[in-house]
Write a protein that binds this ligand. Structure first.
Ligand code: ZN
Ligand code: ZN
Ligand code: FE
Length: 760
């Protein structure tokens, strides 16, 4: 709500402005101070639990200018949601002052995500004697935020910097209003702040120059180094050294998943990958996510593992910049963990956990309070799409159209995030991971506690998935609070609707790997009519068996056999399909027997599993070691010049026979995998368009909402979005939260909030 002050007399007036949004920890108070003094206003500003409160006195025209500048010139990292203006009686301030923070109520305050080190700070390291090459330099516009906060309001004593006593110089900068570090809570210098330490066999040092030259030398020798960062440890090695990367894979037990690579700057990125203006901007933004780019120059297969893309990101801490001033080529920067566990944040724990990977550790003594992984994003159809939402994004809230107070949305199971509701906002946790992993589950529980404390949140209702075996469902069952069970794919569609503040009947298309259906089967190719209150399932793929249940996720060949058996019975064994030759005969017999007798063969209609089957049939991927590996490889293989698709017959439920027939014919014709992959992808796109048109004709609804992990497939998303728009649909896709199961919590949140309004 924005009011205006309309006083014509040249006499002084006074007013109070309550500014809400992301206005703490982003240099907002000093910015307001400068604005106020420039426009000859007196008064005060303070952080409180609402945001900031500003009192100004002066000429009416000057106050107008002040308000206008406030809206247009605020620091880039800040985000003003609303300014509420009240007229007040004159208080008689003689100057403008910044008042220390107060605790007011349990209303929301936004907490800034961590911000990459800014260029001014990088320059200061060259000119300021007390910060010469200082590795933890920061200012009111940059540095650690969420990763170090222990409590609100965001003041030094509520961060892990509280143990570092400011030196006289830092103290004076901190209290000098015109200084770039005025009230920069993590302010520090060489004398008084945190520092790095290198622990390596035969060498232990805190001398920063020595650390940097040792790291460089070790990297050149092909060694792996564990380096503590902003939100956790990284494992680092020379990206162009094949043996080093191989070693890292073996020791980290990460056999196939591509590694993220850090480059010195976007110029270096363009030597290895295609990078649009939008992608460059995203790479260089203060959020500094890993951006998935099409690679032009092949890295060793050890890095890309058959994908045509590379996860690239740029330095965001001073140490990263320093490394690249000595080491002039790309570095693997992968999370400091073993396979699926959460990344290490504690020095001792890292030394113990990462011992099988490396004996070289570079850590610092600024504790990480909140673990935050690097975020991952891509750009499709000129929009940023998040794949993993963590560092640089969390805990920025997402606005919702309903009151979410007291709702805890526990999320799904894989790629879990959860969300807490405050006011009209969903505060989504950072990426948590796969809850089946014991330590990830602990991280989940700790983060629920931690966000609850930070935002003074007390759960009144728990919204959860319907899957009886999800640990996020168990959380709801164990609590003595009212619960709201929400179907997985309904939550997907609702999450995307929430991003666009939609609440009306839409055509929801949820394509993903798995989700518990109301009929007890595993869903994942859902066409539904949905609003936030409920949904009606219209159609889906024909059910097929998953021989061995969950185990099929790692064995795409079993799904291929299941689909072949479904449409041809045992006749498929005589079809001379090459992929079958790679599988021991007794295993094939076992799977066929399980299918014929329906032993441990739950039913599924998951689109993700169909991608798995085609990847197996084309011999791209028979077994997997990480989630979505088969669809990712299949997508990488698409020949973009092929525009044909396989025929689709039945639509209710949608038969996959045409696709399987087509794939077999192409295999027999020795068609290249790239063409088969393209036709398969085009068929999926065609099915969605056909269904959407059919539903529109029946129900007169023109809005299509797409959600689910399959829409992380850039080929499908990019083509489908354009083709649906061409058919005059209004298309809604994800941008703020990932399309994968990391969005489930947001969907659960808005559905529970909506349903609560209906109960009142
Ligand atoms: Zn800075
Ligand atoms: Zn200092
Ligand atoms: Fe899902």
């Amino acid at each position: 709500m924005i009011g205006r002050v309309m006083t014509k007399e040249p006499t002084k007036v006074a007013c109070k402005l309550t500014v809400r949004g992301l206005v703490q920890g982003v240099g907002f108070r000093p910015f307001v101070y400068r604005l106020a003094t420039q426009t000859f206003l007196t008064g005060s500003i303070n952080n409180n639990n609402h945001g900031v409160e500003i009192r100004v006195e002066g000429l009416s025209a000057n106050i107008d200018t002040f308000i206008n500048n406030l809206k247009t010139k605020a620091p880039t990292q800040s985000h003003i949601e609303s300014i509420y203006i009240e007229k007040q009686a004159l208080h008689g301030f003689s100057y403008f002052k910044i008042i220390n923070s107060t605790t007011l109520s349990d209303e929301i305050t936004q907490i800034s995500p961590d911000i990459a080190v800014c260029n001014n700070c990088l320059a200061d390291r060259k000119t300021q004697a007390h910060r010469h090459n200082y590795a933890f330099i920061n200012c009111t516009n940059c540095g650690p935020r969420y990763s170090i906060i222990t409590s609100i309001p965001y003041d030094r004593e509520n961060t892990t910097m509280q143990t570092f006593q400011m030196c006289a110089t830092c103290q004076s900068e901190f209290s000098t209003i015109d200084d770039r570090r005025y009230h920069a809570q993590p302010i520090a210098c060489n004398q008084c702040g945190p520092h790095y330490q290198l622990i390596s066999p035969g060498l232990k040092t805190t001398n920063y120059e020595e650390i940097l030259s040792s790291i460089t030398q070790l990297l050149k020798q092909g060694e792996i180094i564990a380096i503590k960062g902003l939100g956790g440890f990284h494992l680092v090695c020379d990206a162009l050294n094949k043996t080093a990367v191989q070693q890292l894979r073996k020791k980290k037990k990460r056999h196939d998943k591509p590694f993220a690579v850090m480059f010195s700057d976007s110029n270096m990125v363009t030597q290895y990958a295609r990078c649009s203006q939008h992608e460059k901007k995203l790479l260089e933004s203060w959020r500094r996510p890993i951006v998935i780019l099409k690679s032009t120059q092949s890295f060793s297969i050890e890095i890309t593992k058959g994908m045509e893309t590379i996860g690239a990101f740029l330095p965001y801490m001073p140490l990263h910049h320093d490394l690249f001033s000595r080491f002039h080529s790309p570095l693997v920067f992968t999370s400091g963990n073993l396979s699926n566990e959460p990344i290490c944040i504690d020095n001792t724990q890292a030394q113990h956990k990462l011992a099988p990977v490396t004996s070289h550790f570079v850590w610092h003594n600024r504790p990480i309070q909140n673990r935050v992984d690097d975020s991952v994003a891509m750009v499709v159809n000129h929009k940023t799409r998040l794949i993993r939402r963590a560092r640089g994004y969390c805990p920025e809230p997402i606005h919702t159209q309903y009151n979410t107070d007291g709702i805890l949305a526990s999320g799904a199971e894989m790629t879990n995030t959860f969300a807490i509701g405050k006011g009209n906002q969903a505060i989504q946790s950072q990426y948590i991971g796969d809850l089946q992993d014991y330590e990830t589950h602990q991280f989940y529980q700790e983060t629920i506690q931690c966000l609850g404390k930070l935002f003074n949140f007390k759960p009144q209702i728990i919204a959860h998935d319907l899957h009886p075996d999800y640990l996020s469902t168990h959380l709801a069952e164990k609590a003595t609070l009212p619960t709201d069970g929400i179907q997985h794919h309904h939550a997907h569609i609702a999450a995307c609707m929430a991003e666009h503040l939609l609440d009306e009947k839409v055509i929801g298309v949820a394509f993903d790997g798995t989700g518990y259906g109301t009929d007890g089967h595993s869903w994942g190719s859902e066409f539904m009519l949905a609003d936030l209150a409920g949904f009606q399932r219209i159609t889906h793929f024909d059910y097929f068996g998953l021989p061995g249940g969950n185990a099929v996720i790692k064995k795409p060949w079993r799904i291929a056999i299941s689909l072949l058996y479904k449409y041809y019975g045992t006749a498929f064994l005589q079809m001379n399909l090459p992929f079958l030759k790679a599988i021991p005969e007794h295993q094939i017999t076992l799977i066929v027997r399980a299918l014929s007798k329906s032993i441990n063969t739950p039913l599924s209609c998951s689109a993700g599993r169909v991608f798995d089957a085609v990847a197996a049939m084309t011999q791209m991927c028979l077994n997997t070691t990480f989630q979505a590996q088969a669809p990712m490889l299949l997508e990488s293989a698409v020949n973009p010049h092929i525009h044909t698709a396989y025929p689709i017959t039945n639509l209710r439920p949608i038969s996959l026979q045409g696709i399987i027939d087509g794939v077999i014919k192409d295999i027999h014709r020795n068609e290249p995998v790239t063409n088969i992959s393209a036709r398969f992808h085009n068929s999926i796109i065609q099915i969605i368009i056909k269904q959407a048109k059919r539903i529109r004709n029946h129900h007169n609804i023109n809005k299509v909402v797409l959600s689910g992990g399959c829409f992380q497939n850039a080929y499908i998303l990019s083509k489908l979005e354009k083709l649906l728009a061409k058919e005059d649909f209004q298309v809604y896709t994800h941008s703020v939260v990932p399309a994968n199961d990391s969005c489930i919590a947001l969907g659960q949140m808005v559905i529970a909030a909506k349903r609560r309004t209906l109960c009142v």
